[in-house]
Design a protein around this ligand. Structure first.
Ligand code: ZN
Length: 201
């Protein structure tokens, strides 16, 4: 079991690195072809998201716990709830601000090991084929919401964060070339939108 998990971790890490390299090459080619600003924006978002996913995977993001470990700051207290150490798991899953997002979409992520998130149980009738993309978008926007608090003193509501997730995922889904994947993206977008509407009422 342990060996199987180690093999799987390696595969995902390698896939992320390969994906980042391919997107970097594509971005350079698109720039050379003078494609539209919107395409550049989308590719920049892809690259940024890939880099964030890779850094989260390696626990190299600047959580308070990591910054304190580097002796950059003297407190590792979570800036959003002030009730716990802000490490990777707290920031993305256990902080009440993050937990509210997962609760809102009725998904309980597997977080025993960070990589277990990719095998989280999903709501019925939602395709698992693009769960990795959905999960990355959720992590990305939870990170954005956390940074809004840290750098701009903004307390972002769960409804706003989920709205940002839906907007970003819709943009992201334009990348899918297969019709089947676009249908799956529509199902996820509609589900997330419904969750936000139901919880806002
Ligand atoms: Zn917290």
């Amino acid at each position: 079991m342990a060996r199987a998990r180690a093999r799987r971790s390696f595969t995902i890490a390698e896939a992320i690195l390969r994906w980042i390299r391919i997107e970097a090459i594509r971005r350079r080619r698109r720039r050379e072809e003078n494609c539209s600003d919107r395409s550049i924006d989308l590719l920049e978002a892809v690259l940024d998201r890939g880099m964030l996913g890779h850094r989260i995977h390696l626990d190299r993001i600047n959580t308070r716990a990591n910054l304190m470990h580097k002796h950059i700051i003297t407190s590792q207290e979570c800036p959003r709830c002030q009730a716990s150490i802000e490490d990777r798991s707290h920031l993305f899953f256990h902080c009440p601000a993050a937990a509210a997002i997962w609760s809102r979409i009725a998904i309980t992520p597997n977080v025993g090991s960070f990589l277990d998130i990719w095998s989280s149980p999903l709501p019925p009738n939602l395709p698992a084929s693009i769960w990795n993309s959905v999960a990355l978008t959720i992590l990305w926007k939870i990170w954005d919401a956390r940074n809004a608090k840290v750098f701009r003193a903004i307390d972002q509501s769960p409804a706003t964060t989920l709205s940002n997730i839906i907007t970003d995922f819709t943009l992201w889904s334009h990348r899918f070339k297969k019709a089947e994947m676009r249908v799956h993206a529509d199902l996820w977008r509609d589900y997330l939108s419904l969750c936000n509407q139901q919880n806002s009422s």
